[in-house]
Structure formats: structure tokens, C-alpha cells
Design a protein around this ligand. Structure first.
Ligand SMILES: NC(=O)c1ccc[n+]([C@@H]2O[C@H](COP(=O)([O-])OP(=O)(O)OC[C@H]3O[C@@H](n4cnc5c(N)ncnc54)[C@H](O)[C@@H]3O)[C@@H](O)[C@H]2O)c1
Ligand SMILES: [Zn+2]
Length: 683
């Protein structure tokens, strides 16, 4: 769909400027800020010229803004809203009135910041949340600093929650002071404007750079104070090991109210902050920008032990801190909520800081978790700037609450689609590059899971992962399930990439079909090493994480019809499959106390896409049954009760449902996916 005026030069300039501003994370936080342009277009209804405002709509990121992400409003109607504006108490109602100012279908939904753009006379306006701007905006004497740094060129607007009134406040300054090029919005960010798009962008960047230069010239050399003894970063390998050892506990902490996936970073900026003397006091003051509160909560949870503390003691302390965090959050809610406030949304931390190790951030999907971490990194930069010149003093708790539990934000959350069945779950699929494994990985991802595709063929694993999605969704890696170190590395990679593990599918396999007397020891070992031993190693490594997380979990074995059916010429493969099937029962019994379900699937004759059938196996089977190789799929289908060919998707569908709540009370089960083979009926 084209947006009215999409080809308007003002829109082209606006999109180009937005991309340029959004490309640098120092200019604004991910998804934060908005840009606008005013211009004249021909009104298709009258053929007359009409003054329009194009402004970035709600949601999306400046760096990838497309014309469809712009709201398009009639400037005359939008500005006429001042006549019906009831005053700041009723400002939230004005959002609904934007719908009566739209031009045509209006494009994207107008954001709360629309008035800030519309009421300023200048044709081009940027509103941004740069770390540098926020450093001044959150400095205790931000107003005075603004004057000192900018004189009369950039003025201070005291904090108020974004909305209609803030737009009026800002426009009054912009329109009454022709020499002013922008404002510092207390506790919030910056807004700049210009007569041309280039001038607007130049003004935005000039404000940011001028602050950076001022901090460099006048800031304290060590804004976070000295280094805390013992709290500096562990060496690389130890840091990684410690992160892995703590990750399951931390995910459990973040997921008490709702399952979350995690993101880990040990960037220098984080480690340096965590090593600093001021980290405890500053972390307590919370995050810096109204855009952050929903993603990071008002404050992080900070471990108060050095990385040298014994692991057991650290874990025990984290549980104590978690309990205290929950009490504190409940207190914050109770202190600030009134009868109209939305219900409390969960009291677990979304940012957990571990000195010497790094930052774990959490969200309902991997992208949200990663962005939460990026936001807290923004906060660290803001605090450093504010402390370099002054004292970090973000908006008071009450105002943070008014943002976090704002009725307008709640309405947005309520409009979000219902989470998918595997949302916030992390699944590892061995042999995930193959026919059945890749179908399972695709299905899991489509149902909301983050997937790790571990396969002997690393290139193919990476390829399948990239077909499924970006790094927020899928990770492909090489792993030989016969090697315990490689298995551990794959589980570790899943935990570091997505914060934990919930589902593991033992699917890696290969097949030889030979009569007993022709079966070599190597044939036997090849089957048993991958199917029996490989599954054991994967289940063992995964179970350690699942048990430590305490969030239950699923282990699924892709066994085979041949685990119960004594087919011809199949001693090595089928006995290894039977071994896998008994692992299902044994582990179901052993892991049930941890709410870990262990179930199996017995497929048969999945010819399409199967690497197994592409090899000698197919020729052997075809010869065994006396049919041409290319008719093997049809032969198997005819042999079945349902007379239907089994495809990888059919196996994937069962793997999926076994891991949903629909099967919450089922463990130790094998489900045949064979179109009905009486000889393989279970009893
Ligand atoms: N295709 C069928 O008819 C059928 C029937 C019953 C059971 N199964 C089982 O389903 C599973 C998947 O089979 P498929 O038909 O998709 O075959 P496939 O060959 O397409 O996939 C198997 C995958 O496992 C990988 N793999 C092999 N050895 C490995 C190792 N040591 N470490 C890690 N990965 C390894 C392979 O690289 C391959 O990508 C196997 O366990 C197989 O026994 C298949
Ligand atoms: Zn803002």
C-alpha cells in the first residue's frame, strides 16, 4: 500500500534523514525517538493543495523506517485540536482525536509524540534519546548545564510525561525563539528542528556532539569513582564459564512470574561499570529514559558479591536478592498505583548484573531481551555522562510509575497478539540440518521458539538457521553428538545465545541396512555411537540445565518404527533405535520429579528430504522389498493402514504438540507417525 504523498520530496528527505540518524546507536536508542516533516500535497478529494504532517508512527525503528511507518495528518485539523484540548488532566484523551486529523487512511498509528512535531512551526523536527542528551537531561543541574553549554541556542524544557502538553510546552519555546535550534527535555531526551531536512539533522547532531565535546573537556576523569577491589572482569574463559554456571539460576529468577528468554553481554562498557565503586548506588537509581521502563523495569538487580565468591554462595545470594527485588517491586507498585492502574505485571528483574561476568537481560522473546540489554547499556553511558559533569538524577519514582503503568501503554500491551504456544522457549535439535530435524526446527520457530540447529554438517546447520530467521530466532552450529565436549559446547551455545534451554530433540541419526552376517563391527558402532550414546550425551548435558532452571522441560527422541518392529536386515540400526526408546522410559522415570517430560516419536518411511534415504539405505530397502528405488515412498504408503505417505512435517507436528501444554501430563510415551503399521502397534 502506498502512503499518501509517498513520493513527496519532504517524505523522501524524512526517510533518508531517519535512516541516517537511526544508523548510529549514540543518536537514539533502538526503536526510540521520532522524526517528522511538513509539506504540501494535492488533496485527491478536492484537487486542492493541502498542508500535511508526516511523522514516524508508533512502533518501529528510525534506522529502518519505511514510508508505511509514517502517520500522515492534516496540519490544519491537527493544530485545531488545541481548541478542544481540555488541559493536561485530559491529555490522554487527545490521542483518540488524532484519528480525526488523518489524511486519507492516515498510514501508521500516530504516536504520543505527534503534537511535539505538529505544533512546532519549523518544517522538519527530530525527537531523539541520545546518550549524550540524556546525560544532561538526567543531570541534577541539567537546566544550568544546558545554559552553560548552549547559551541561548538550546533551551531546557522541564520534565513532564510525553503527551499533548509536552508538545505545547516545546512548541512555545520553538516558535517564540527564532534563534533556538533545539531543546533538552528534562529526564527524557532532545528535540531539534530546522527549515530544511539537512539543517534539522545538522542541529540534532550538533547538540549531541557539543555535549560529547563538553563532557570530554570538562568531565571528571573517572565518573564512576575508582575500581572496587575484586569486582573487575574475570579473564575470558573464566567469565564465560561463570556466565554458563549462573545462567540457569538467573533465568529461573527472571521467569518466576512468566517464562523469559535471555541475552548475555560482557561488553567492556558493562564490565567497567560493574567494577566501579559507584555501581551499587547508581544501579539503585534505575534506568534513564521513559522509553526504557517497560523493557528494563525501573531498576536492575545487581549481585553484591565479587566473582571470586564460591558458586554455591553466589547462587544462594542471588535467590535472596531476588526475593528482596520482588518485595521492592511490589512496594513500588503499591506506593504508586491507584484504583485505575493496570494490574502489576510481574515482579522479576529484566536486567541482572553480575560483576566480573556481565549483564543478563530478559524478555518475552530474544529480540526484546537483546534490546533490553541495549537499553541498559544506554543507561550506563547516560550515567557516565551525567556523573562526569554533575550527579545522575533520573525522574522520580512516581513519574517512572506513571510511564510504566500508563493506561496508553497498557492498551498497547493488551493489543499485542496472544503469545505463540512455544513463545519464550529455547529448543535444541540435533541432526537439525537433515530432513526431519530441519522440519522440526522450522515448526518450533513458527510456533514461537528460539531454535538451535546442531548438526555434524556445520555449514548446512548454519544454512538452515539462516533460512529460519536471524540471530534472534535461530542459531546453527556444528556438533558431533558422539563427542561429549562438542555436545556440551552446543548446549552452552544455546544457553549463551538465548539464556537457557527448554526443549531438546534427539534426532541426529544415520542408517545402515545389512543382514547380521554382513554387519561389521564398524556398522554396529556407527549406529550405537550416534543413536544410543549420542542421545545419552545430549540428554545428560541438557538435563543439567533443565534441572538447574527448575522450569520443567521436554526431551523428545526421534526413535523409529524399527525400535519395536523386527524388520528385515536391520540389526545395527534397529537395536540402537530400541536403545533410544528405552532411554525415553528410563529418563521419563528419572526426570519426572523435575517436571521434565521425556517422550518419543516412532516415524516410518519418511523418504522425502531424508539424507538417510538419499544414501545406500534407500537402495537396500528397495532391493529388500523388491521395488524400484523411486517408488519407495509410494510403496511404503501402500503398505500402511492409512495409505498415506509420511512427510517430515508430520513428524514435526507431533514433536511440536508433545512440547505444548496440551501434552502437559504425558511422559514416557511413544507416538507412531507411520500412517499405521500393525506390526509396530504399541502395547
Ligand atoms: N526418514 C525416516 O524414514 C525415518 C524413520 C524413522 C526414524 N528416523 C529417524 O529420524 C532421524 C532423522 O532422520 P532423517 O530421515 O531426517 O535423516 P537425515 O539424514 O536427513 O538427517 C539426519 C541428520 O543427522 C545428522 N547427523 C548424523 N550423524 C550425526 C552426528 N554424529 N552428530 C550430529 N548430527 C549427525 C546428519 O548430518 C543429518 O543432517 C534419525 O534419527 C532417523 O533414524 C527416520
Ligand atoms: Zn521520547
Amino acid at each position: 500500500m502506498t502512503n499518501p504523498g509517498e513520493t513527496n520530496p519532504a517524505v523522501e528527505q524524512l526517510i533518508a534523514r531517519s535512516h541516517s540518524l537511526g544508523a548510529d546507536p549514540r543518536t537514539t536508542n533502538y526503536g526510540g525517538g521520532n522524526t517528522s516533516a511538513k509539506g504540501v500535497a494535492v488533496d485527491p478529494a478536492t484537487g486542492e493543495p493541502v498542508d500535511l504532517l508526516w511523522v514516524k508512527g508508533s512502533g518501529g525503528d528510525l534506522g529502518t523506517l519505511a514510508p508505511s511507518g509514517l502517520a500522515v495528518l492534516r496540519l490544519d485539523r491537527m493544530r485545531a485540536l488545541t481548541a478542544v484540548y481540555p488541559g493536561v488532566e485530559g491529555e490522554d484523551e487527545m490521542v483518540a482525536a488524532f484519528d480525526y486529523c488523518l489524511h486519507g487512511k492516515g498510514g501508521a498509528a500516530p504516536s504520543i509524540d505527534t503534537t511535539m512535531h505538529g505544533f512546532v512551526d519549523a518544517p522538519h523536527v527530530d525527537h531523539l534519546h541520545p546518550d549524550a542528551g540524556l546525560a544532561i537531561a538526567t543531570a541534577a543541574d541539567g537546566e544550568e548545564l544546558t545554559r552553560r553549554i548552549f547559551g541561548d541556542k538550546v533551551l531546557w524544557v522541564p520534565w513532564r510525561r510525553p503527551g499533548f502538553q509536552l508538545g505545547l510546552d516545546l512548541a512555545a519555546i520553538a516558535n517564540d525563539n527564532p534563534d533556538v535550534v533545539g531543546c533538552i527535555l528534562g529526564g527524557h531526551g532532545i528535540t531539534a528542528w530546522g527549515q530544511t531536512s539537512d539543517e534539522c539533522e545538522a542541529n540534532s547532531l550538533w547538540i549531541i556532539r557539543t555535549i560529547d565535546d563538553y563532557i570530554a573537556a570538562h568531565g571528571k576523569p573517572a565518573p564512576f569513582g575508582g575500581v572496587r577491589d575484586g569486582f573487575t572482569a574475570l579473564p575470558d574463559a573464566e567469565r564465560r564459564a561463570r556466565a554458563l554456571a549462573l545462567a540457569p539460576t538467573l533465568r529461573a529468577i527472571a521467569s518466576q512470574d512468566r517464562r523469559m528468554v535471555g541475552h548475555f553481554t560482557d561488553a567492556d562498557v558493562v564490565l567497567d561499570f560493574l567494577a566501579s565503586a559507584k555501581a551499587p548506588a547508581l544501579a539503585e537509581l534505575g534506568t534513564s529514559c521513559p522509553d526504557h521502563f517497560l523493557r528494563t523495569k525501573v531498576k536492575p538487580m545487581l549481585l553484591d558479591l565479587p566473582p571470586s565468591a564460591p558458586l554455591e554462595q553466589t547462587i544462594a545470594r542471588l535467590h535472596e536478592l531476588h526475593a528482596a527485588y520482588r518485595d521492592d517491586y511490589a512496594g513500588y507498585y503499591q506506593r504508586n498505583a491507584d484504583d485505575d492502574s493496570p494490574a502489576i505485571r510481574g515482579a522479576d528483574p529484566l536486567i541482572i548484573l553480575i560483576p566480573g561476568v556481565g549483564m543478563f537481560s530478559y524478555g518475552i522473546n530474544s529480540q526484546t531481551a537483546r534490546v533490553a540489554g541495549a537499553f541498559y547499556t544506554n543507561t550506563i553511558n547516560v550515567m557516565r555522562g551525567a556523573e562526569a559533569l554533575s550527579t545522575y538524577a533520573p525522574v522520580p519514582e512516581r513519574e517512572k510509575f506513571r510511564i510504566e503503568y500508563w493506561a496508553l501503554e497498557e492498551a498497547k500491551l493488551q493489543r499485542l497478539p496472544k503469545p505463540k504456544p512455544l513463545a519464550a522457549k529455547v529448543a535444541l535439535v540435533t541432526g537439525g540440518a537433515g530432513g526431519i530435524g530441519s522440519a522440526i526446527a522450522r515448526r518450533f520457530a513458527a510456533e514461537g521458539a528460539c531454535v538451535v540447529i546442531a548438526d555434524l554438517d556445520a555449514d548446512k546447520a548454519v544454512q538452515v538457521a539462516s533460512e529460519i530467521g536471524d540471530a534472534d530466532v535461530a542459531l546453527g552450529l556444528g556438533c558431533d553428538v558422539r563427542d561429549s565436549a562438542q555436545v556440551q559446547a552446543a548446549v552452552d551455545a544455546a544457553v549463551l545465545a538465548f539464556g537457557g534451554l527448554d526443549i531438546v530433540v534427539n534426532n541426529a541419526g544415520l542408517a545402515v541396512s545389512k543382514p547380521l552376517l554382513e554387519t561389521a563391527e564398524e556398522d554396529w558402532d556407527a549406529e550405537h555411537d550416534v543413536l544410543a550414546k549420542g542421545s545419552f550425551l545430549v540428554s545428560r548435558a541438557a538435563a543439567r540445565v533443565l534441572i538447574d532452571q527448575g522450569l520443567g522441560g521436554d526431551i523428545v527422541y526421534i526413535s523409529s518404527k524399527n525400535s519395536v518392529f523386527a524388520g528385515p536386515n536391520n540389526i545395527a540400526y534397529s537395536s540402537a533405535k530400541a536403545d533410544q526408546s528405552h532411554q525415553v522410559r528410563l529418563l521419563a522415570a528419572e526426570l519426572g520429579a523435575h517436571r521434565i517430560k521425556v517422550n518419543g516419536i516412532n516415524p516410518d518411511a519418511v523418504v522425502r528430504d531424508s539424507g538417510i534415504f538419499a544414501g545406500a539405505w534407500a537402495a537396500n530397502r528397495a532391493a529388500t522389498y523388491g521395488v524400484p528405488e523411486e517408488e519407495l515412498g509410494a510403496y511404503y504408503a501402500q503398505r500402511s493402514l492409512l495409505k498415506r505417505e509420511v512427510l517430515p512435517e508430520h513428524v514435526a507436528a507431533v514433536a511440536f504438540v508433545l512440547c505444548t501444554d496440551e501434552f502437559s501430563h504425558t511422559t514416557g510415551l511413544h507416538v507412531p507417525v507411520d500412517s499405521g503399521v500393525t506390526g509396530a502397534f504399541l502395547r
